[in-house]
Design a protein around this ligand. Structure first.
Ligand SMILES: Nc1nc2c(ncn2[C@@H]2O[C@H](COP(=O)(O)OP(=O)(O)OP(=O)(O)O)[C@@H](O)[C@H]2O)c(=O)[nH]1
Ligand SMILES: [Mg+2]
Length: 235
């Protein structure tokens, strides 16, 4: 179901319709067509247990990756809103599943990171379990964004996660984060290293992005937005 930004769909208030008009003008000027209006990403709910998951009626996009890789920062970069998700230098910040509504078109799940955590060992085990169980019980995931820090060799957890996605036949994009910390040449070199280490599908979409709050360029983010929109709203 592909629509012009802001021209989707039901249950719109008059205020929404006014915004839609502005969006239409902006869209026409930029000649960008996206089904999801990323300016309308909102916090939906927070879940500490897989017993309390929300309805899965809307298409769902899941952010997965090591703790500290930049999942919550990516939510903020997608929504151009630094207050959407809590970002921290301390690994293990996101300890629950945080859901965001994406313009009523899809939901976005920010999962706790796998791998190391400065939280207590028990808690850390809890996060990983939550992440593992999530993929086991959650049906109808439409797209997984697997985030990997461009600067480092993939961890065993990254490799395990990718192998799981391949074997479960879940659609995924590989998103390499923190590219602003390297030169363009280093990014290319690291991408080559990643393609040697990681067994990703030949047709897998790969993005190199920067979500840094201090780097206004946010490279790769627009391409990623367009690709998510196309993938999730293609029917
Ligand atoms: N330079 C740079 N820093 C980034 C980028 N993305 C995230 N960071 C930084 O990395 C740290 C961790 O970011 P988060 O977004 O909280 O990471 P997370 O994956 O949500 O971490 P958990 O919630 O612990 O799983 C923060 O200090 C961010 O500012 C990026 O693209 N560039
Ligand atoms: Mg987080």
């Amino acid at each position: 179901m592909r629509t012009l930004v802001g021209f989707s769909l039901n249950n719109r208030t008059n205020t929404d319709r006014k915004t839609d008009k502005t969006d239409k003008l902006n869209t026409v000027n930029r000649v960008i067509y996206m089904a999801i209006n990323y300016g309308k990403i909102r916090h939906l709910m927070t879940c500490g247990s897989i017993k309390d998951l929300p309805d899965d009626k809307l298409p769902e996009i899941v952010l997965a990756g090591r703790s500290n890789v930049g999942k919550s920062s990516l939510v903020n970069a997608l929504g151009s809103n630094r207050k959407l998700a809590r970002v921290s230098q301390t690994p293990g910040k996101t300890q629950q599943i945080i859901y965001f509504d994406m313009d009523g078109q899809a939901i976005l799940a920010d999962l706790p990171g796998y791998g190391f955590s400065k939280a207590s060992k028990d808690k850390s085990r809890g996060f990983s379990e939550l992440c593992d169980n999530y993929f086991r019980v959650r049906k109808g995931i439409d797209l997984v964004l697997l985030l990997i820090d461009i600067r480092h060799e993939p961890s065993n957890d990254d490799i395990g996660m990718l192998n799981f996605l391949n074997s479960a036949d879940l659609p995924y994009f590989l998103v390499f984060t923190k590219c602003d910390k390297l030169s363009a040449q280093q990014v290319r070199k690291q991408l080559q290293m990643m393609s040697n280490c990681l067994d990703f599908k030949e047709d897998a979409r790969v993005f190199a992005v920067s979500s840094s709050e201090t780097n206004p360029q946010k490279s790769g983010i627009n391409d990623l937005k367009q690709a998510i929109s196309d993938e999730v709203c293609k029917d």
